[in-house]
Each structure stands twice: as C-alpha cells, then as structure tokens.
Design a protein around this ligand. Structure first.
Ligand SMILES: [Zn+2]
Length: 115
C-alpha cells in the first residue's frame, strides 16, 4: 500500500515536471513567433539570404543581419559579424555559416535598404 502511494506520487511529480517543461517551451515558441514578425528575409547578393529588421530605417538598432540558418532551424537570432576587421566576409559564430559579400553591397551593411 505504502509502495503504491510512493509510486503514484513519483508518477505525479514526473508528469508535473513534464507539464512545466512543455509550458516553458510553449511560452518560448510564442515569444519567438512574435519576434519573427519583426524580421524579413532579404537577398543581399545572388543566393545569399539574411534576415533584417522590417523597420530598419526607423530603428536605431538597424545595423545587423541575422543568420537565416539559425533563424529558421534554431529559432535563434544570431548576428553576422565581420570575419576580419578589414575583410568583406561575414560569419555567424553560432553555426559558422559564412557569407562572402560582394563589394557593391558593402554600403548596405550599416543600413539595409531597398527591400
Ligand atoms: Zn548561424
């Protein structure tokens, strides 16, 4: 009898923990769905896609590109960083994706426009 109660209590605790985990995940997913709405996919050069803030022109927080791979597969905002101080390549330090930016699009890095 005592053993049965303990087993039931352990099962209950396990179910409760699972429920809490699922609730946490749901909140994260809902937050991500809201965050996603602020970004749009943009082709920065043929075959190179990044996510940029939709209202980048009006925002002070407008000077970054997000890795499309991390954005779509990890539900995570990872900012492309310049690989070398003087180079044109950018890299995502989360998934190591690299983009080679043709010089003619260089001026778009500080302020993505034209989309
Ligand atoms: Zn990435």
């Amino acid at each position: 009898m005592q053993n049965n109660l303990l087993t039931i209590q352990a099962s209950y605790q396990s179910l409760f923990d699972s429920k809490s985990e699922i609730e946490k995940e749901l909140v994260n997913l809902k937050n991500w769905e809201t965050t996603k709405l602020n970004y749009a996919l943009k082709q920065i050069s043929p075959g190179c896609f990044v996510y940029v803030m939709k209202d980048a022109q009006n925002s002070t927080d407008n000077s970054y590109w997000l890795c499309a791979n991390c954005f779509n597969t990890k539900n995570h905002k990872s900012i492309f960083q310049r690989k070398y101080a003087s180079g044109e390549d950018v890299v995502c330090h989360s998934c190591n994706a690299e983009l080679n930016i043709p010089s003619k699009t260089q001026h778009q890095i500080p302020k993505p426009t034209g989309w």
